[in-house]
Design a binder for this molecule. Structure first.
Ligand code: ADP
Ligand code: MG
Length: 323
């Protein structure tokens, strides 16, 4: 057993064998682990309670309380958790999502074709529809918290591959991998929303929260202005994600990395469809981004508006929509 894992093994059930570290946050580390009881992998998020204030521990437990109620194909599943007063660590046992972060795929490919961006956004929208219908606001939607199942793990017949290669209009921007509806390209299959560390419950549509949180650059104007905010903050964040997917950089940033500076431009909703990056992006896509990056939360798209949007439904018109 590697020495850095010894402390965990004192508390972790013996059926789990840590394989590697896959993520790290302020108070948590995420590991890939083998579940020897069923010969598969899980992800274990370890929260180190040593040095944490009671309020911080409580907010970590809120992540568990929210996640355990959720069951959706586009949301990382919580299989179980372990926490006791005496123990130093709290363990979240999670569905292991093998592809890792969409963030790294943007870096790898520079930017996504609109078809691939749609493949990702539709799945995020389905996850958020489920969350909002259940009174949950995620509050930290960003490419780092979007994980994916690699395509090669999904069964795909030879015939489908050949047909898709013929039909694919998507090779312009990404030549590696091919785009198949429902299967994606660039290795991106099912997309799953992760990290409920900042999520909260806002039962009704107009219910407001005030706790400042989120990641600078993806947070909404009303959060920057401290006005109190609603579920609509997740739609602003999806707008930032879509923008980032199609051009490879976020709508709001400052070259100096100064968060006050970003805060001011976000509060004003000052973003541009920069040329030449947006020259080949469709008008439908730009319209959608505008409807998501709308400063007034009342006028901003709701999750139902997003699911009905012409860019989002393009090519998926035959799909049955359940609400
Ligand atoms: P934090 O609150 O520290 O951001 P996250 O829950 O976002 O914690 O996890 C940090 C990182 O660990 C993620 O961005 C991702 O790279 C990786 N990760 C988290 N959960 C999983 C999972 N279930 N499967 C695969 N990787 C994961
Ligand atoms: Mg995270």
């Amino acid at each position: 057993i590697p020495s850095e894992f010894v402390e965990y093994y004192k508390e972790l059930p013996s059926r789990y064998k840590i394989v590697a570290q896959i993520g790290e946050g302020a108070f948590s580390k995420v590991f890939k682990a083998e579940d020897t009881a069923c010969n598969g992998y899980i992800a274990i998020k370890v929260i180190d309670k040593k040095g944490m204030k009671t309020s911080q521990i409580d907010s970590a437990l809120k992540e568990v309380a929210i996640m355990r109620r959720l069951r959706h194909r586009n949301i990382v599943k919580l299989y179980g958790y372990q926490n006791s007063q005496k123990s130093r660590f709290c363990f979240l046992l999670l569905e292991y999502v093998a592809g890792g972060e969409i963030f790294n795929q943007i870096i790898k490919y520079t930017y996504f074709s609109e078809n691939l961006a749609r493949h990702v956004i539709r799945q995020v929208a389905h996850a958020v529809k489920y969350l909002h219908d259940n009174g949950v606001v995620h509050r930290d939607i960003k490419p780092e918290n979007l994980l994916f199942v690699p395509v090669k793990m999904i069964h795909r017949s030879e015939k489908e591959q050949v047909l898709a290669r013929r039909k694919s209009d998507d090779n312009k921007k990404i030549d590696e991998g091919l785009f198949i509806k429902g299967y994606g390209s660039a290795g991106i299959g099912v997309v799953k929303l992760a990290d409920f560390g900042l999520s909260t419950v806002l039962a009704s549509d107009d219910m407001r929260a005030k706790t400042p949180c989120g990641t600078v650059g993806y947070t909404s104007p009303e959060q920057h202005l401290n006005l109190g905010y609603t579920k609509k903050v997740d739609l602003w964040a999806i707008g930032c994600v879509l923008y980032t997917l199609v051009v490879g950089f976020p709508p709001f940033y400052s070259n100096s990395g100064n968060s006050k500076e970003i805060s001011i431009i976000v509060a004003r909703g000052e973003y541009k469809f920069l040329s030449p990056w947006f020259d080949e992006v469709s008008q439908e896509c730009k319209n959608l981004i505008s409807n998501l990056l709308t400063v007034d939360p009342e006028k901003r798209y709701s999750i139902d508006d997003l699911l009905r949007d012409p860019w989002v439904t393009k090519g998926y018109e035959d799909e049955v929509v359940s609400s």
